[in-house]
Design a protein around this ligand. Structure first.
Ligand code: NAI
Ligand code: MG
Length: 330
């Protein structure tokens, strides 16, 4: 059986790191059919539309999508694409690898971020010259869906090796209704399923995480909190070139490096392909090939520790040299 993968390079270093991830997928014993589509600044400049309907439809119909990055039009591209694949959770692992200069080398945390509501639900209004408001949306259904996913994630042993269960980060002491509902649903689903769950107020968590990241494994957050706190964790592990992410839906998903188009180095062939390659590892795992996902991770880990390395990690290798080293280890 062959999987149809929508490939959207986007702009900037998307054109360099996505082909690297595809070279790695091609080296696996799994059949893929890659179908390319356009999105981002370049296609917007040509046609006026950063996300052509044909690209949206391709992502919606494919088995999974691999996305690079878009420039100024990123929000116009990625938000509808997450919707196209029906994503309700954003999975963002932040792991420090041997051989990489990390602020906190013991960091190994996976964030599960609610991906559809909260303050990002899009209900912002300008009510007068002086007043703007935002309506925060929290439903029990979305909170419970996230909770079920978090429990399965933990039960399947997909989190870091240390620790059991998950931690809910919230601010229910102030946002009693919205975060109160979120917290209650997360903890009650965990209780129903017999999964260990504890909680942290998100501001205290933002202090405790950098001081002692080793105490956290899987962290479940509302949308905005997950965005900010996972970026904080990214800072602990050595930079943007390393961090993958997955937008998971029920029967479809989109995988993308956390970084953007890196205009300062785009076109030079020196971008770090690690984040895109690790996103591809998450893609094959989503398709059920857990062993192959681990093979990619092991190959990446070995290259990060022995080299070659790209400039952002203190080396002088090109994107292609690093990719070839990963493929060779596979
Ligand atoms: P950025 O992630 O593109 O770059 C930040 C810094 O990290 C730059 O110095 C860059 O060279 C470096 N960097 C990023 N990825 C790297 C890699 N793989 N290898 C080596 N170095 C890497 O973020 P920035 O500069 O804030 O945004 C640039 C553009 O990207 C903007 O137009 C922004 O809208 C867009 N963007 C798109 C995203 C998306 O499509 N999901 C996410 C973030 C930004
Ligand atoms: Mg962000």
């Amino acid at each position: 059986m062959s999987y149809e993968i929508a490939v959207i390079e986007g702009d900037g270093i998307g054109h360099e790191v996505v082909p690297a991830a595809i070279d790695v997928l091609d080296a696996l014993d799994v059949e893929f059919e890659f179908v390319e589509a356009e999105a981002g600044d370049a296609v917007a400049a040509e046609t006026g539309d950063p996300l052509p309907q044909s690209t949206y439809d391709l992502a919606a119909d494919a088995d999974a999508t691999l996305f690079g990055a878009a420039g100024e039009t990123a929000a116009d591209v990625i938000l509808p694409l997450r919707e196209a694949v029906g994503s309700f959770v954003n999975v963002r692992p932040a792991k420090a690898y041997p051989g990489v200069d990390a602020v906190r080398p013991e960091t190994d945390v996976v964030f599960l971020r609610e991906n559809t509501e909260g303050v990002y639900a899009g209900h912002e209004d300008r009510l007068s010259e002086d007043l703007s408001t935002l309506t925060r949306v929290v439903t029990s259904s979305a909170s419970r869906e996230l909770a079920e996913f978090a429990c399965e994630f933990v039960e399947d042993g997909r989190g870091p090796d240390h620790g059991d269960g998950f931690t809910v980060a919230h601010k229910a002491n102030v946002m009693r209704e919205t975060d109160g509902r979120f917290r209650e649903e997360l903890l009650s689903v965990a209780d129903e399923r017999g999964v260990d769950a504890d909680e942290e107020l998100m501001d205290a968590f933002a202090t405790k995480l950098p001081l002692d990241p080793g105490q956290y494994g899987v962290v479940v957050c509302p949308n905005l909190a997950g965005d900010v706190l996972s970026d904080l964790a990214a800072g602990l592990v050595g930079g943007l070139g390393l961090l993958p992410s997955a937008n998971i839906g029920h029967d479809n998903a989109l995988f993308e490096p956390v970084h953007g188009t890196a205009p300062d180095i785009a076109g030079e062939g020196v971008a770090n392909p690690t984040a895109a390659i690790l996103s591809a590892a998450m893609l094959v795992e989503f398709l059920g090939h857990v062993e192959e996902g681990q093979q990619i991770r092991d190959a990446v880990e070995s290259v990060l520790s022995d080299g070659p390395r790209t400039g952002d990690l203190g080396g002088n290798a090109t994107t292609e040299e690093v990719t070839a080293a990963v493929v060779e280890r596979l």
